[in-house]
Design a protein around this ligand. Sequence first.
Ligand code: 5GP
Ligand code: MN
Length: 338
Amino acid sequence: MNFEHINALKELLSSPKKIVVIPHKNPDGDAIGSTLALWHYLNIKGHKAVIVSPNDFPKFLKWMPGANQILNFENKNSICKKKLEEADIIFTLDFNHLGRVGQMTKTLEALDTAFVMVDHHQEPSDYAQIMFSDVNMSSTCEMVYHLISNLGDADLIDHQMANCIYTGIMTDTGSFKFRGTTGTTHRVIADLIDKGAEGTEIHHRIYDTNAPSRLHLLGRALNNMVILKEFNTAYITLSQEELDNYNYVKGDTEGFVNYGLTLEGVRFAVIFIENKEEGILKISFRSVGDFSVNDFARKHFEGGGHTNAAGGKSEKSIPETTSYFLSLLPQYKKLLNA
Ligand code: 5GP
Ligand code: MN
């Protein structure tokens, strides 16, 4: 981490401050884990910190220590706006452009507050006064660990913070198997376990909480999968009607996209999920190897992310979107067969 930035942050935090910590919209384990860990830390240090999430987050993250204190911008709008307007510092975690916070974007853009970014996605925009941006990091949670350590406060990481940080590293690395998982990641995990993180229990709470309807929805999704051998690609669609039929709740489709990549030879997997309320399809892209889904999502689907995991959206119907998607593949044939 850049020591000039560490020192600037130290200076900024040298007296008690009002602070808001923000994850991206539809926060995942890394976004919630990192905001909670940082929030615990800032409060231990004597600041008045709150977390404002752009919207709700899945049930399988609600057990996390402090999760019940997270303010939801969608249903606590005026309190959240007040907190944001009063803040001396705003930390934005696990995202790197203000468009990633949905309805909250306008409010943030109107503020004249010191922003601190902590993030590991590609191509950050430059809204932050202090920017910790590292695309080589496994997760924002790992960055928060290094940040607290570099501020000289590793000893303040208690077992609650350790559980939060462990969770985000685990979810963002696909349980320590994705390419961003380094020796340092494992050393961080080792230290978190020494500090009291309960790895087995965390894994169980995140991954073993299925309702039968979710497994049935997974069955539907797998039945819908289209395999395009020519392009080493597999994609899944789920319509709003299908989601409704299987009593969909937020978080149910998490991880479905990865099943495409378990097919021998498949290097590119996609899921298109209809969201009638927002009038869009939310799209997840995954790849193995050098095919950059970040570039693909950015170029064609108003999205972005990492080389091997990215998201985007479409305002067209499922058939229109998939046929557009299919029309794009020939230009990538070489890359997908490399
Ligand atoms: P997921 O497919 O799990 O929603 O997201 C995969 C990765 O891409 C995550 O790191 C997420 O933050 C990022 N991502 C998801 N949707 C979008 C999007 O619409 N825009 C950008 N820039 N990144 C996204
Ligand atoms: Mn992340």
